[in-house]
Ligand binder design. Structure first.
Ligand SMILES: [Zn+2]
Length: 400
């Protein structure tokens, strides 16, 4: 039975490689993991487990196959899901996922399915199916989908059914992932594979082979990351801010500018100002000039995002987290520390702060142990060295 399941996976892969030849190496990097079959107690027949309808993937490029589902799904549909998951994986949706956002999975699907409209299984979310513009990032779809979903719920029905794509989509580890523990691709292998896929896509596109627009955009960005680190940093901070603002509530505290019909006061949208905490690696290995410049940039971004009166919190970290400082300007930060670095301490201290931060910005040369699991708050790393932080962090390389 396991062989049959693996055969269906292989058939799906061949179909997918025919549809998107530029993703052939990606398809062959996927590792199938066959789950324990679900069997009907009475008839003894295989049962398809709806939870595994999408053949969910994890961030190590492992695809989990429920035998009942796999054997009841056509090779075309299996192949479609493989292409879909490659979309999640190379776009790093797991690392980009905001903490506990109920609509992220659909937003990520909308970004991925832009190029996969044809042949999509029933009930799958895509920009066209939702009536949304094409070619956007999941972060943009997220806010659009939140608005759409709220409207649909008022009408008494959800926007679309939820289809689980696994941790490849949202970064949350599933219990069944244990069965594939320790296998699959590690961070370096992922990096190399992504570069190889991006190069393949560019070569094919240059040779006038048809390549989906979303894939071409992705390859271009992957091979030529933005050189302007300020712009990149700004984009990530704004994204963190948008995530904070995603918790926008309708509040009657401030009336809307426009009076309501017949004198009814309309609620105003109140976006909470984002709480940003800066964790600075003060072990002494970062040149003071770099440190000062980065602090100044961060202050400017925080001010732009939250207004000039905005204060932000700073934690200096060497082997230990130093007491939190609340400052308004970069010059007010008192840099304390020296010796070794353990940023796990600084990040843990930042996560424990109340009010809890919406975004943690870390400045480091990367010579430090990192938390093993993704912290419950998005982390942006300004990196002065070459040692890469874990994939759950957004990293911006800083010129030294
Ligand atoms: Zn998906």
């Amino acid at each position: 039975m396991k062989d049959e399941v693996l055969r269906r996976f292989a058939e799906g892969r061949v179909w997918a490689a025919g549809r998107a030849p530029y993703l052939a190496s990606a398809l062959f990097a996927l590792r199938p993991v066959v789950l324990e079959p679900r069997v009907d107690e009475v008839s003894g027949e295989l049962v398809a487990d709806a939870e595994f309808r999408a053949f969910p993937a994890d961030t190590r490029w492992q695809v989990y196959l429920d035998p009942g589902t796999a054997l009841n799904t056509s090779a075309e549909e299996v192949g479609w899901w493989l292409l879909h998951h490659i979309g999640h994986l190379v776009r790093r949706h797991a690392a980009r996922a905001p903490v506990s956002s109920p609509h992220w999975a659909q937003a990520a699907d909308a970004e991925v399915n832009d190029d996969l409209e044809a042949g999509a299984p029933a009930g799958v979310v895509s920009p066209r199916a939702l009536g949304l513009p094409e070619g956007r990032m999941a972060e943009e779809y997220l806010s659009l989908i939140e608005v759409l979903d709220a409207a649909h719920r008022r009408g008494g029905r959800p926007l679309a059914e939820l289809i689980d794509c696994g941790s490849a989509s949202d970064g949350v580890e599933r219990p069944y992932e244990d069965s594939g523990a320790g296998e699959g691709l590690d961070e370096v292998e992922r990096e190399l594979l992504e570069l190889a896929i991006a190069r393949e896509i560019e070569n094919r596109a240059a040779g006038r082979s048809p390549v989906g627009g979303g894939w071409r955009r992705w390859a271009g960005e992957r091979l030529r990351p933005a050189v302007d680190w300020r712009a990149q940093l700004g984009a990530v901070v704004r994204r963190g801010v948008r995530q904070a603002a995603g918790r926008v509530d309708f509040s009657y505290r401030r009336p809307a500018r426009r009076p309501g019909v017949n004198g009814v006061v309309l609620p105003a949208m109140v976006a909470p100002a984002p709480e940003i905490v800066l964790v600075v690696d003060t072990s002494g290995s970062i040149p003071p000039g770099t440190l000062a410049r980065f602090l100044a940039e961060i202050t400017a971004l925080v001010t732009r995002a939250g207004g000039p009166a905005r204060r932000f919190r700073v934690i200096c970290c060497d082997l230990h987290a130093h007491p939190v400082q609340t400052v308004r300007r970069a010059e007010e930060v008192e840099l304390t520390g020296g010796g070794g670095t353990d940023l796990r301490e600084g990040i843990a201290a930042a996560v424990a702060l109340r009010p809890r931060p919406d975004l943690i910005v870390v400045l480091t040369d990367g010579q430090t142990p990192w938390p093993e699991h993704r912290p419950p708050v998005p982390v942006l790393v300004g990196l002065t060295g070459t040692e890469p932080p874990p994939s759950w962090a957004r990293t911006v390389s800083l010129p030294t």
